[in-house]
Design a protein around this ligand. Structure first.
Ligand code: SAJ
Length: 402
């Protein structure tokens, strides 16, 4: 195969993106460091859970438009879609982007288009431009370099990849234009051109904005608990105002995006990002507060009844109706509660997964019937139909009863 597009990284975004491009009859070579991932894809199968992705991948592989490998090759377009985690001190780690870029530098030729899609701190695209020109000075101003963040919601990726608007920021105008023409072949949403730094910041700001708004709701929930006000009723009433739209409090903020991206701004601009930094603290504190609340409720029960209560902990996923436990505040709370007192009886419930390597999972009904204290951590659909139990202590951190 003569690849027209090389994608580096075949994860949650890289694989669907590669498959989408290949489904248009473009030759795509997908690169991943994991041999198992490469083998699975070359068999026409997938290693992640995402609706509709399996058929698109198997068809593209069968038709010969999509192939996976551990080694890059020359192409016309290179897409970097690798993870950008943060280090222990919350500083962004762009080493995967660097390694991916170093891997393709020898394959670059005049006229090629290089695009980063990975969430990246401001200035990453310019840094990669320098890296490329340092080892290949003859390519200076002879290739096109741009940043275009993905913005899809896991679970709805194949639809959103096509229909969401995209922000495309080149290191110069001709790069923005070249990248826009590339995405126009596959994307039906509007394509908005800008410069690379603004596009990088835009992705970080989208998720920070949501984090700040959720922090506001979480702060309200802690104030309302003290003031003996039902926060869910309060928010629903306040939202009747035509220009107010408060989000929902929960047991914290999780996932790989909203709880991570704000740190990319805070770490580079600590003095200037007061609200963004505080929102992260408030949302982290909310999980700690929930764990403390459970502990206090247990002690209260023990004083009143002269025995330790059994506790049902409802939900482990990072948000409702998914099986994804990554960076989950509910999982953090369950861990913390168990660490605080490992002698009590716990029923841990997560209806979206069959088993867990650390927690013994219990069926939803069994947990509800047997527990003295029922703690709702995640508003899964299954939990919403429960009957009101008069004899139970209920702690509702996610508005299941609202
Ligand atoms: N949450 C609340 N209250 C709310 C809404 C959410 O506590 O009112 C919590 C959820 O329970 C969860 C966390 O926030 O723990 C994040 O969930 P989410 O559904 O808001 O977001 P993600 O992480 O699944 O996906 C986000 C999306 N970004 C925005 O909505 C701005 C998605 O569009 C991005 O593509 C994705 O991050 C990403 O990859 O950056």
């Amino acid at each position: 195969m003569n690849p027209e597009v090389v994608t580096i990284g075949l994860g949650y975004i890289g694989l669907p993106t590669s498959a989408l491009i290949a489904s248009h009859g473009t030759n795509v070579l997908g690169i991943d460091i994991n041999q198992d991932v490469v083998d699975t894809i070359n068999e026409g199968k997938i290693h992640i859970i995402e609706p509709d992705l399996d058929q698109i991948v198997s068809k593209a592989v069968l038709n010969g438009f999509f192939k996976a490998s551990t080694k890059p090759a020359s192409a016309d377009v290179f897409l970097i879609v690798v993870p950008t985690p943060f280090k222990a001190n919350h500083e962004p780690d762009i080493s995967f982007v660097e390694t991916a870029t170093n891997g393709i530098i020898p394959h670059l030729k005049k006229g090629d288009l290089y695009i980063i899609e990975s969430t990246s701190p401001i200035g990453t695209t310019e840094k990669m431009q320098e890296l490329i020109y340092e080892s290949r000075p003859e390519l200076k101003d002879e290739i096109y370099i741009a940043y275009c963040p993905e913005r899809v919601l896991p679970g709805n990726v194949m639809h959103e990849l096509v229909h969401n608007d995209r922000v495309i920021g080149g290191v110069n105008e001709k790069s923005t234009l070249k990248a826009t023409l590339f995405y126009a072949k596959y994307v039906k949403g509007k394509l908005h051109g800008t410069n690379a730094r603004t596009a990088e910041m835009c992705k970080l700001v989208e998720n920070s904005s949501r984090d700040v708004q959720i922090a506001f709701a979480n702060e309200l929930s802690i104030i309302c608990d003290k003031a003996d006000i039902n926060v869910w009723e309060l928010i629903s009433l306040a939202n009747k105002h035509p220009r107010v739209n408060i989000l929902q409090p929960g047991c914290g903020v999780g996932g790989h995006c909203i709880a991570v991206d704000p740190y990319f701004i805070v770490s580079d601009y600590p003095m200037e990002s007061k609200i963004i930094g505080t929102a992260r603290e408030v949302n982290n504190y909310k999980s700690f507060w929930c764990a403390e609340k459970i502990q206090n409720e247990k002690l209260k029960f023990e004083l009143e009844h002269g025995r330790k209560p059994s506790v049902a902990l409802m939900g482990l996923a990072f948000k409702p109706n998914i099986d994804d436990l990554r960076e989950s505040p509910a999982k953090y709370i369950v861990n913390k509660v168990l660490q605080n007192d490992s002698n009590s009886e716990y029923f841990i419930v997560e209806p979206n997964i069959d088993s867990h390597n650390v927690f013994k999972l219990t069926n939803y009904n069994e947990a509800i019937i047997n527990a003295d204290i029922v703690v709702f951590l995640v508003a899964h659909e299954e939990f919403k139909n429960h009957k009101i139990f008069k004899d139970k202590v209920i702690l509702d951190f996610c508005g299941i009863n609202k």
